[in-house]
Design a protein around this ligand. Structure first.
Ligand SMILES: NC(=O)c1ccc[n+]([C@@H]2O[C@H](COP(=O)([O-])OP(=O)(O)OC[C@H]3O[C@@H](n4cnc5c(N)ncnc54)[C@H](O)[C@@H]3O)[C@@H](O)[C@H]2O)c1
Length: 314
């Protein structure tokens, strides 16, 4: 259960707070602490996400700029979300991906070491690569299939090293596919394509790839819980809904909601981008049990929410 009082008076920093998940996290944290800082270089984040969280202080800065990062006022808790998040980009630009996600995490850990701050690290399903165990539990271990996945593994390993060697309080959260208002990714891609031409929808890949879609509000509840309470320190949690949905099923669901199922012709390209994994399906029983976490929002409800917000009416 979330112990909200535990964040009262805490100085909280969110790296990547101008991004999709960061926006929602800062929105939630603004209600729980009066001392919230967003640290973001706006590389993929948006100023409107910052402006829509007016209670948070905004510092435009790069996590790789350790001088600037470490000169920020002392933090008690750092949610480290800033990252290069695109798998295909990581395969084409492994060095940039490594710099931001691996070295960048190290820079954030240095800030945390200086402040003796707790760190909640945003990791990813990508650390599992193409698992052979489903649903995949936390202890399945690291088998990354993309440079992005590998850079997240390195980030996690540094977190664990800082915990063991410097006694830093660390919680690692591995996200499945997070979606909701302001998100990027496949749901918005499909809606963009359909808005352009409702007669056709081209899916990149076979369409048989499956994903574990978890709503951002459910992820927020878990993030606040692990940040608030010390008993979760040192733990790793899968945050996914615990179901898997193929991309073709997702496309059909969207078309049905839009009443376009008989109009839109769905095709697939066959080939996907390098590093794309086949199936993500999380075992979330550890988070359910230890965090008393129950993800509630269904994919259908949320797609309707996104469609309504985009004012797509058919
Ligand atoms: N969205 C998902 O489905 C998903 C799944 C698994 C893991 N994650 C992880 O969750 C975190 C947030 O993802 P998101 O979907 O909100 O992505 P996002 O791209 O919307 O947010 C990332 C933020 O980090 C900022 N950033 C990037 N490089 C930076 C740097 N060098 N210095 C400072 N800021 C920098 C960007 O400007 C952006 O605001 C990431 O760590 C990502 O790897 C997301």
């Amino acid at each position: 259960m979330t112990c909200m009082a535990d964040l009262k008076g805490k100085k909280v920093m969110v790296t990547g707070g101008a991004g999709f998940i960061g926006y929602h996290l800062c929105h939630k944290l603004s209600q729980l602490t009066g001392d919230l800082t967003i640290y973001d270089n706006l590389s993929s984040g948006k100023l409107e996400n910052v402006k829509d969280n007016p209670k948070a202080k905004f510092v435009e800065g790069d996590i790789l700029d350790t001088k600037k990062l470490c000169s920020q006022p002392k933090a008690d808790l750092i949610y480290h979300l800033a990252a290069q998040v695109v798998v295909g980009y990581s395969m084409e630009n492994p060095m940039v991906d490594f710099e931001t996600n691996a070295k960048g995490t190290l820079c954030v850990l240095e800030k945390a070491r200086k402040d003796d701050a707790k760190v909640v690290f945003a990791s990813s399903a990508a650390v599992y690569g193409n698992p052979t165990v489903f649903p995949t539990p936390e202890e399945y271990g690291f088998h990354p299939f993309s440079c992005y996945g590998l850079s997240k593994v390195v980030g996690e390993e540094y977190c664990q090293m800082y915990r063991e060697q410097y006694g830093l309080d660390i919680v690692i959260t591995r996200f499945a596919n997070v979606y909701g208002l302001r998100c990027h990714g496949v749901i918005h891609d499909f809606l963009d394509k359909i808005a352009k031409d409702p007669n056709k929808l081209v899916i990149i890949g076979t369409g048989m790839q499956t994903r574990d879609f978890v709503h951002v509000s459910d992820v927020m509840n878990a993030l606040v819980t692990v940040g608030s309470e010390d008993r979760f320190n040192g733990q790793v949690y899968n945050l996914g809904i615990g179901k898997t949905t193929s991309i073709i099923e997702l496309a059909k669901l969207i078309l049905t909601i839009l009443h376009l199922q008989d109009k839109t012709v769905v095709t697939t390209t066959g080939a996907s981008w390098q590093g794309d994994v086949t199936k993500i399906w999380f075992d979330n029983s550890k988070a359910r049990k230890e965090l008393n976490w129950t993800p509630k929002v269904t994919l259908e409800e949320s797609i309707k929410e996104v469609i309504a917000a985009r004012k797509i009416v058919k």
